[in-house]
Design a binder for this molecule. Structure first.
Ligand SMILES: Nc1ncnc2c1ncn2[C@@H]1O[C@H](COP(=O)(O)OP(=O)(O)OP(=O)(O)O)[C@@H](O)[C@H]1O
Length: 375
């Protein structure tokens, strides 16, 4: 555990960047520091690897003051990833990643083998190994930055706005990749961002800092969304807090209706009977994959015209997707019903907006959501 204990940082010009900050950063989890520009996030991160020394207070790593070990030893136990990756421009991708192992005295061959393994782990094709950083996209460079930080297998990873410089689609890919890597490796990650959505998506714990370097709230993201500590945090979380909180509730409890799901080659009788449970029927192909909503009148006549089917919106996978995704599916569906599919995309049932609303109320009444559903 990293324990930040009553830390204040006053820069020589008198700026108080961090003011009496205390935090307990849990092991093998992602702790996000988030807040407006200039609230002391980077300063806090840099105090953890002693690039900046606190003016007051102390930082403990596994119970030991970080000042008690040589700074180089400390930094080797902490990978560091920054915005724009900060790669060595004159070194190949492979040699960039192999930097720390080489510094640690590994042979060139062993360090490069490790680097190649890490390229795969962060989703980079090893055919890029001999390129130079300028020959990669921004997103690829960030992946190299992550691989380089992981090269010596440090227990701690410090990440300072690592995904801020890439477009939203690439950014989402990098975030997903980080969560996947974290599931495999279980590092203690401290992640700085000014983007609250990124904080909520990635954080096991989220520390919201306010200008002046004071802690506004330290909580799991679902708790942050449900009980913001004060108007500053509430304002910082932004609009749609209630909807976004639904990301933390699993959709497994939803009761699915199967009667309105009919295959396109079903007999006339079956088509006519399904419509009792829902105003529309979901028509699937012969493999069970949804094709669209058909109006009961059409179906009762036993004549399905594929061209007249209504789009079925975005389906959700119960057990994998959250109530937010299910609700989104229902809102997008012209019938107001969401379509549930299995991992192979075959329809397993349908559920109405009203039924989702009831599940939301029940989940809220039960209290704490399941944090895993957010991913
Ligand atoms: N070397 C320095 N000397 C003086 N003041 C500094 C120094 N470094 C940072 N500051 C000030 O300390 C405060 C906190 O800066 P810091 O970079 O930690 O904030 P931040 O939350 O990471 O900001 P951003 O999101 O904009 O990167 C700011 O007011 C900044 O101007």
């Amino acid at each position: 555990m990293i324990r930040i204990d009553a830390v204040t940082k006053r820069y020589p010009d008198g700026t108080v960047a961090v003011d009496g900050l205390s935090l307990e950063i849990p092991d093998r989890a992602i702790t996000v520091l988030v807040g407006p520009s200039g609230c002391g996030k980077t300063t806090t991160l840099r105090m953890i690897n002693r690039m900046v020394e606190p003016s007051e207070g102390s930082i403990l790593l596994d119970g030991q003051d970080i000042r008690q070990q040589p700074v180089n030893t400390l930094r080797r136990s902490m990978g560091y990833v920054i915005q724009n990756a900060g790669l060595f421009q004159h070194r190949t991708i492979l040699d960039n990643i192999a930097t720390v192992p080489r510094l640690l005295g590994w042979s060139k061959q062993k360090a490069r083998a490790r680097a190649a393994e890490l390229m795969e782990r962060v989703g980079l094709d090893t055919s890029l190994a001999k390129r130079y950083p300028y020959q990669l996209s921004g997103g690829q460079q960030q992946r190299v930055g992550v691989a380089r930080a992981l090269a010596a297998d440090p227990p701690v990873l410090l990440m300072d706005e690592p995904f801020s410089a890439v477009d939203p689609v690439v950014r989402k890919g990098l975030q997903d990749e980080l969560l996947r890597i974290q599931d495999e490796l279980g590092k203690t990650i401290v992640f700085v961002t000014h983007d609250i959505d990124e904080a909520v998506k990635l954080g096991t714990m989220v520390a919201v800092l306010r200008t002046g370097g004071r802690l506004a709230q330290f909580a799991p993201p679902a708790e942050l969304l449900s009980v913001p500590a004060d108007p500053f945090v509430e304002d910082f979380l932004g609009a749609d807090r209630g909807i976004r909180r639904l990301s933390f509730f699993p959709s497994t409890e939803l009761e699915l209706h199967t009667a309105p799901v009919v295959a396109i080659d079903a007999g006339t009788e079956k088509l006519a009977s399904g419509g009792e449970a829902a105003p529309c029927l979901l028509v699937t192909d012969t493999d069970g994959k949804p094709l669209g909503w058909g109006a009961p009148d059409d179906l009762a006549a036993g004549a399905i015209d594929r061209d007249r089917l209504l789009p079925f919106g975005r389906p959700f996978v119960p057990g994998k997707d959250s109530l937010r995704t299910a609700l989104d599916g229902a809102v997008l569906s012209p019938t107001g019903w969401a379509v549930a599919v299995d991992e192979e995309g075959r329809a397993v049932g349908v559920v109405s907006q009203q039924m989702i609303g009831e599940a939301i109320r029940a989940a809220h009444a039960e209290g704490r959501p399941d944090a895993k559903a957010a991913r």
